[in-house]
Design a protein around this ligand. Structure first.
Ligand SMILES: CC(C)(COP(=O)(O)OP(=O)(O)OC[C@H]1O[C@@H](n2cnc3c(N)ncnc32)[C@H](O)[C@@H]1OP(=O)(O)O)[C@@H](O)C(=O)NCCC(=O)NCCS
Length: 282
């Protein structure tokens, strides 16, 4: 099946609803889709300069991933000491030395239907979910999560405990995108389709969601998601967690402040120095 035929087949079986469960060609289609995802031939979202955000959601790929959940039956995959039960359509991926991906032992899982490029380093424990794309030279550090369909670029550092939220449904919703050469600091949380442009640096503890306004001190503007566009962090922005005063109602009377991510500067030589320390680990 070429990609066009695969797409037609996915769309047909997805549209069939529960009826797809008794149809063996639906499972064959899903297994082709899953293998193509793992080879990096298709992805849940692709760079597209014609799209307003620079990223196009491939809704049919996400339909195919959901089809896999519908078709899956529970399967026991326990080992001698640990018990596991999951949909048989999403077992764990197995790697060999020839794949060129280092997976250090200890509580890490990479689910079938994810793409992990050569040169990626995964430090335990970490998890990469279905539909995720993790590109060359990226480091997925301990306790980091790459949620479903998240698109992670080249040479990204997902620091310890960084959480990249999954976005599978609604089907047209953009996944979280972290472009090339981004540093996501420890304990960051990036959710709800946020796009972080290339070279940006998120200081540890930065949380970004659709509802989080980001204050750009360099350009004097406030970045927000709109009805049609996710929150977008500009290329090379250095974002740190800050706070802003509540200036109305009880919040003002009580002297409260709210969490506010702030762009303090755009990447410079000092930032490069602060963010290259871990290169030796790769
Ligand atoms: C963002 C970071 C890379 C620093 O970048 P930098 O370019 O060297 O930043 P600078 O030191 O020039 O700081 C620029 C401004 O931001 C402030 N700032 C820097 N880091 C900050 C932080 N984490 N929180 C709040 N403010 C911060 C500085 O005080 C400075 O403001 P000032 O000029 O008013 O004093 C660093 O703070 C960071 O978070 N690194 C990631 C650490 C991490 O998670 N490592 C992963 C290990 S697994």
């Amino acid at each position: 099946m070429d990609i066009t035929q695969l797409r037609e087949s996915v769309e047909r079986h997805f549209a069939a609803g529960p009826a797809a469960m008794g149809d063996s060609s639906a499972l064959d289609t899903f297994l082709e889709l899953r293998a193509a995802l793992e080879r990096g031939e298709i992805r849940a979202a692709s760079p597209d300069s014609a799209a307003p955000t620079g990223w196009r959601v491939n809704a049919w790929v996400k339909q195919g991933i959901l089809l896999g959940f519908r078709l899956g039956t529970l399967q026991d995959s326990s080992t001698a000491v640990l018990s596991f039960v999951d949909k048989h359509t999403y077992p764990l991926r197995h790697f060999t030395a020839a794949d060129g991906v280092r997976v250090v032992p200890g509580g890490s899982s990479i689910r079938a239907g994810s793409y992990v490029a050569r040169g990626v380093v995964c430090m335990p424990p970490m998890y990469i979910n279905v539909g995720a794309w993790v590109d060359e030279g990226t480091m997925v550090d301990s306790h980091a999560l790459v949620g479903s369909c998240a698109q992670i670029g080249k040479r990204v550092h997902l620091s310890a405990a960084a959480q990249i939220g999954g976005v599978l449904e609604p089907i047209n919703a953009s996944p979280v995108v972290i472009e090339d050469d981004v540093l996501v600091g420890g304990n960051c949380g990036i959710y709800e389709g946020t796009i972080v442009r290339s070279g940006a640096v998120l200081a540890s503890g930065t949380i970004l969601t659709r509802g989080t306004p980001v204050f750009d001190l360099v350009n004097g503007n406030i970045l927000r998601a709109t009805a049609d566009t996710p929150l977008i962090i500009p290329a090379n922005a250095v974002v740190v967690p800050g706070s802003r005063a509540v200036n109305k109602g009880s919040g003002r009377d009580w002297g409260l402040s709210l969490y506010a991510p702030v762009i303090v500067k755009y990447r410079d030589e000092k930032t490069d120095l602060s963010t290259t320390l871990e290169d030796l680990l790769r």
